[in-house]
Ligand binder design. Structure first.
Ligand code: DX5
Ligand code: ZN
Length: 212
């Protein structure tokens, strides 16, 4: 079974509540928040206030916060207080990755670690026991609607070879066409932005992912 985490980066910004309510009705598992600072990635998205508002309105929906920030350590407590169930940081940050992962756990959240396409799976090696989830980016992070980078799937099998026991997640260009190959590589959680929010029938997409 592959869980589905719709990315609200692809939702209608002027109809966010409507789109998130539709996501909940579709049977999705989490809601993915792509937080961008314009430095770590060349785009700006949204902050903790939106996270807090969504958590207040949809308290049962686990919020999966993906921090594409140079200095995520400055915002961990803020997003935890805003209602994040999970907080994912990037291994490429200049700060102390291990320390940040420990802080996420101390705040009562699940900790995730992500790599950009140009970073090898081996970068996870020092943190295999320090995080609950590994997020393999299947696009260059910063924008939704890009093409899926299939060669990144090898990192999923590499992580299992390295002994990683946590959840395997991908983000970027995921759609119904590439889900079977992702399932064959052991995927646990699919972040879907464009494919989900442009789908005729998002519930059918969720059912398909759940059936793999
Ligand atoms: C980073 C973002 C996007 C987004 C998914 O760029 O993380 O990958 O969530 O967007 P889609 O599914 O539209 O590629
Ligand atoms: Zn993301």
């Amino acid at each position: 079974m592959i869980k589905v985490a719709p990315s609200i980066l692809a939702a209608d910004a002027l109809n966010m509540e409507r789109d998130i309510a539709r996501a909940v009705e579709s049977g999705c598992d989490w809601l993915h928040f792509d937080v961008m600072d314009g430095h770590f990635v060349p785009n700006l998205s949204f902050g903790p206030d939106l996270c807090k508002a969504v958590h207040r309105r949809f308290p049962e929906l686990p919020l999966d916060v993906h921090l594409m920030l140079d200095n995520p350590e400055k915002y961990l407590a803020t997003f935890a207080k805003a209602g994040a169930a999970r907080i994912t940081i990037h291994v490429e940050i200049p700060g102390d990755v291990g320390e940040a992962l420990r802080t996420i756990h101390s705040l009562g959240c699940k900790a995730g670690l992500s790599v950009k396409p140009g970073t090898p799976a081996e970068a996870f090696a020092p943190y295999l026991d320090a995080c609950d989830l590994a997020l393999v980016m299947t696009v260059e992070p910063g924008f939704g609607g890009q093409s899926f980078m299939a060669e990144q799937m090898e990192k999923l099998t590499a992580l299992r070879r390295m002994g990683f026991k946590g959840l395997l997640q991908v983000d970027g260009g995921v759609n119904a066409a590439n889900l079977p190959a992702l399932a064959a590589h052991g995927l646990d959680v699919a972040v879907m932005g464009t494919a989900f929010f442009r789908a005729e029938d998002p519930a059918a997409l969720v059912r398909e992912a759940h059936g793999l």
